[in-house]
Design a protein. Structure first.
Length: 296
């Protein structure tokens, strides 16, 4: 059995939520949402957890979660900040936003031990997704092999505002292309609309649960450097995102992504108003026995 790493993307600013949504206590005993991802990943067979964090969050996460995982799984921490940017790059002084999820993964490139999956810290994916992804990671043979667990769009919506999703076209179990689509929201009649127009509730979408071979990291690094070289100084919010990277690699014709959907309902905290729904959903999962009274 190969080593498998779960990379938890937890360095986002959480601007729409209005604070550090990644550490909002939502479980019945004060658990934060990423603890459920970690619990499910360990149960599925993952052997390493890597947290990608803001510098000021490292000690908090180490004390509140990391120490309780000792002896169960290897735990490492990486910081997403400006110290990982190349020396030749001059960051606009007005920019405060992180550089996106590709950069976040690269901040952990020195500690990732095996094939790895990425997840958002503020998303609940369900147990099935981790079992699927762990199996897919075992089958990755080269840097040109990747995996994803897509979700049905209708199972990933927020009632409290627009969301961004990678709309996926899947053919014969393989991802054909992915289009990052912003401001996906419900109209008054519950029609789902995004920047590209009306969307089917059955459309398959990326929720950033990607699986990659460790040997892809150098190519990811080169991709991010190209992003920085082409970034305009006037664009203070441009991000280098995993779905866009995957789409570009697919277009290059030398990359294959196996896609195996999850039937679980996703939920997460995008907006502050989403929190009450998450609390209710997690309580239901505990009540029906999906999780023990205390996770660790």
């Amino acid at each position: 059995m190969k080593d498998t790493t779960l990379v938890v993307l937890a360095a986002g600013l959480g601007s729409r939520f209005g604070g550090n949504k990644q550490i909002s206590q939502v479980g019945p005993h004060g658990e934060i949402l990423m603890e459920y991802s970690i619990y499910d990943a360990i149960e599925a067979g993952f052997t390493q957890i890597v947290f990608i964090l803001k510098p000021e969050m490292v000690d908090l996460i180490r004390e509140s979660i990391g120490k309780r995982l000792e002896g169960r799984v290897r735990v490492d921490y990486a910081v997403q900040d400006d110290t990982t940017l190349p020396e030749w790059y001059q960051k606009p002084t007005e920019r405060t936003k992180p550089f996106g999820t590709v950069h976040a993964v690269l901040c952990a490139k020195d500690v990732i031990r095996g094939a790895f999956a990425t997840v958002n810290a503020d998303d609940y994916y369900g147990k099935e997704a981790y079992r699927i992804m762990h199996g897919l990671l075992q089958g990755l043979e080269t840097a040109e092999d990747a995996a994803m667990v897509p979700y049905v769009l209708g199972n990933t919506m927020s009632d409290n505002g627009g969301v961004t999703r990678g709309i996926c076209r899947i053919e014969n179990g393989k991802l054909a292309d992915v289009v990052e689509t912003k401001n996906i929201h419900y109209e008054a009649d519950r029609t789902i609309v995004g920047d590209s127009g009306v969307l089917s509730s059955d459309a398959m979408v990326s929720m950033n649960m990607w699986g990659f071979h460790k040997e892809l990291l150098p190519r990811m690094d080169a991709y991010f450097l190209d992003f920085l070289k082409n970034a305009g100084a006037e664009d203070l919010k441009a991000e280098c995102l995993l779905p866009i990277m995957v789409g570009d690699f697919l277009e290059a014709g030398d990359f294959t992504v196996t896609a195996r959907p999850s039937s679980d309902k996703w939920f997460g905290i995008t907006y502050r108003e989403d929190r009450d729904v998450v609390v209710e959903q997690l309580q239901t999962l505990h009540d029906r026995g999906d999780y023990p009274a205390t996770l660790y």
